[in-house]
Ligand binder design. Sequence first.
Ligand code: IPM
Ligand code: MG
Length: 396
Amino acid sequence: MIEELKKETRTPEADEEKICGAVKHFEALLREQLKRRDDMASARPPRNFRDGRPVTIGVIDGDGIGPIIMREAERVLRFLLRDEMNAGTVILRRIEGLTLENRTAKGQAVPDDVLAAVKACDVLLKGPTTTPKGGTLESANVVLRRSLDLFANVRPVVVPEEGVDWIFFRENTEGEYALGSRGIAFDDILTADFKVTTDTGTRRIARAAFEYARQNGKKNVAIVTKANILKKTDGMFSRIAHEVASQYPEIEAEDWYVDIMAANLVNPAVRSKFQVFLLPNLYGDILTDEAAQIQGGVGTAGSSNTGDHYAMFEAIHGSAPRKIAAGEGAYANPASILRATEMLLRHIGRIAEADHLNRAMNVCLEEERRVVVTGHADGATCEAFGDYLLEKLAAE
Ligand code: IPM
Ligand code: MG
């Protein structure tokens, strides 16, 4: 009945007009993506963080539990980098305005003045931002990743007692995310989104994964796709990944489909044999939440978004509006953003400070467990954990 009604309101001429409109839209997207691919191929040489120039760290609170967990992360950064900040070799700069209210008021996922402030920094530590479902406002995260060309989303997950030591290299600018908000809706009866994979985009994330494997003595990289179904995009991702793999003969490159890999991660009999994962964007999004849950929850895993010129470090989880609505924001777990803080320190070459934070986190989270955050009112507050961690950091 409903279908019949829709048919009645359609005419062949109106269909034709919409198809022509969609073809034009698609043509514009293809031209733009081709240009993006060509720009990538001629990228400038990467920023070297050990060249002695001052490093500016932008600190962005975000929404929901963002300001609460970021407060602890900022305290830790200020403590660990106090000498560098005094000497002027590290500058910590707060960036305001990446809030849902401001983004909605300006109608921009990342308002122009915020983006300009972000681009004036070298690296960012960012709290989670809320993305409204539906509507037209794009995810601030996706826009930042795209605007700063942060192509590598790297997420480590470790469960020592199970021998699990994983690191995920998720492609971060392409796949379903490249044009996720620019699909086609043919009235409300047919919709199409687009998935984009480029050779250059795949090659650079594949290189990052294999290079990491080589430098860290890893023997295995799992290339995770659904190339049996998505023959063009995932087919190319797999082909280019193997092309890159051929330059790393000491490392085994294995093809896996994402569905069976999702099963493998919860299979204790096989999961510890995986080491490095290389995935297109959406599969990486999904499997890294699954993996983080195995480690103890999405509140526990850090995440880095790196490109050749900028890098952004963040928690793996979202802004937890349900927790705020339940009045439990103060009990949010800062572990994920603190792991991201450790990754930031490592990225800017502050290895000793990163190791220092890592040791103190392990003592607080695993050895002593004197202050335990559960995420709810039955556990310690985020701030109490921050105090505990700072006490450990100062004691060393
Ligand atoms: C992540 C998040 C983001 C994503 C959201 C917040 C846009 O889930 O970083 O994994 O989908 O990539
Ligand atoms: Mg995610």
